[in-house]
Design a protein around this ligand. Structure first.
Ligand code: FAD
Length: 345
């Protein structure tokens, strides 16, 4: 990010795309095509792949053994649906993209954690978003014995435990990122407490922060001020998670699910066109691009992280609109910038 910023005289933000792990084999083929196409079209600085330890195979296949690469069913040879590690291997090795692997740590044995980190290392991956994931299974249990058993089997409780472990095992090989929640986390509503935990993770070695999606720019900027005031240095980039809006229902559902504010002015724009997806997308794109512009101009943000939902258009049109608002080229492919994105950091 620093290199990109200097090369571009700090005038435009860089950006990255996040993809989730598909549930079917066909979905994974589609994903590779899409990642490749989106890279050709807009050349992001890096891509992320979410962590989904249990990549599910097509529903018509009754059982699947993890360690088997090729499984046989009804006389056909069916390749295994790739999981995060394998997708990262393909994006790093075959597509030559700088990739960031998400990795959760609860409900994972030490053996599984070691294996995931080793595979990432061997793929040439140098970036990990260290996460907790779903709460530990023991969290709601009143049975002390089962709590002790779970603690023994799954040694890590919080994302900070994973960061510490990666640092101990791999030193500075991995650039470690963390998640953050400017509007609170479902298990902790007090944002001061969350900032304290965030700082703890930075002190253990995290060097970039990716946030939960949001649409209220004011809350985000105020939160950034507080994160800096709490002692998180400027060298630790705060990267906003940007979610394109494709329909009114999915927009409301996601806001509700993530427990984030629906700004009144955004709802007033979108509600009247809720039945007209095309009009809604045009208006939403303009709103989100303006939001990106405000974030960039706040001085807190140098890089935008798009939750692509594995779709091609949403992020691209926001970047195009941002170019229009800025009056500058943002898409590096068009300018010839960042053509060597995967080789140098
Ligand atoms: P932590 O930092 O461990 O925090 C979890 C909870 O524990 C918080 O409520 C916090 O207040 C509390 N806590 C933290 N530290 C302490 C402490 N020292 N003492 C006491 N309490 C503490 N999930 C997936 O399964 N796969 C993904 O790929 C994925 N990607 C994500 C990407 C982003 C950008 C974001 C924002 C979230 C992502 N998630 C993903 C969801 C994430 O795993 C969950 O939100 C999870 O509940 C919290 O993860 P964390 O890393 O923030 O956890």
């Amino acid at each position: 990010i620093e290199k990109f910023q200097k090369e571009n005289s700090f005038e435009i933000p860089s950006f990255s795309y996040e993809y989730f792990v598909p549930k079917t084999l066909q979905g994974s083929y589609n994903l590779y095509d899409r990642i490749d196409k989106m890279n050709q079209e807009s050349n992001p600085l890096f891509i992320d792949v979410t962590w989904n330890a249990g990549g599910v195979i097509s529903p018509n296949i009754p059982s699947h053994k993890d360690e088997v690469k090729i499984s046989q069913f009804s006389g056909k040879i069916i390749p295994k649906v790739p999981k995060t590690n394998e997708i990262i291997d393909t994006t790093q090795q075959a597509l030559q993209l700088d990739s960031c692997m998400h990795m959760t740590c609860t409900n994972m044995t030490l053996k599984e954690i070691d294996s995931a980190l080793k595979k990432a290392y061997e793929s040439g991956c140098e970036n990990i978003l260290a996460l907790r994931g779903d709460p530990p299974r023991s969290i709601n249990s009143n049975d002390q014995e089962s709590i002790n058993d779970a603690a023994e089997k799954y040694p890590f409780k919080y994302a900070k435990d994973l960061i510490k472990y990666i640092k101990e095992k791999y030193g500075d090989h991995f650039c470690i990122g963390i998640a953050a929640y400017p509007e609170g986390h479902p298990e902790e509503g007090n944002s001061d407490v969350l900032i304290k935990y965030l700082k703890e993770k930075v002190d253990l070695g995290a060097t970039f922060i990716i946030t939960q999606m949001f649409y209220n720019t004011e809350i985000f900027i105020n939160w950034c001020d507080r994160v800096r005031a709490a002692g998180v240095p400027e060298s630790v980039h705060i990267i906003p998670g940007i979610m394109p809006i494709t329909s009114y229902d999915s927009f409301l559902r996601r806001c509700n699910w993530c427990q984030i504010d629906v700004p009144k002015e955004l709802n007033e724009v979108l509600k009247p066109v809720q039945q007209d997806d095309e009009a809604l997308r045009t208006l939403a794109t303009n709103y989100v691009a303006n939001m990106c512009l405000k974030l960039f101009r706040s001085g807190h943000v140098k890089h935008l992280h798009f939750y692509t939902m594995n779709l091609e258009k949403g992020s691209f049109v926001i970047l195009k609109e941002l170019e229009r608002l800025l009056g500058k080229k943002v898409l590096p492919w068009a300018t010839g910038l960042n053509t060597n994105n995967n080789k140098e950091k």
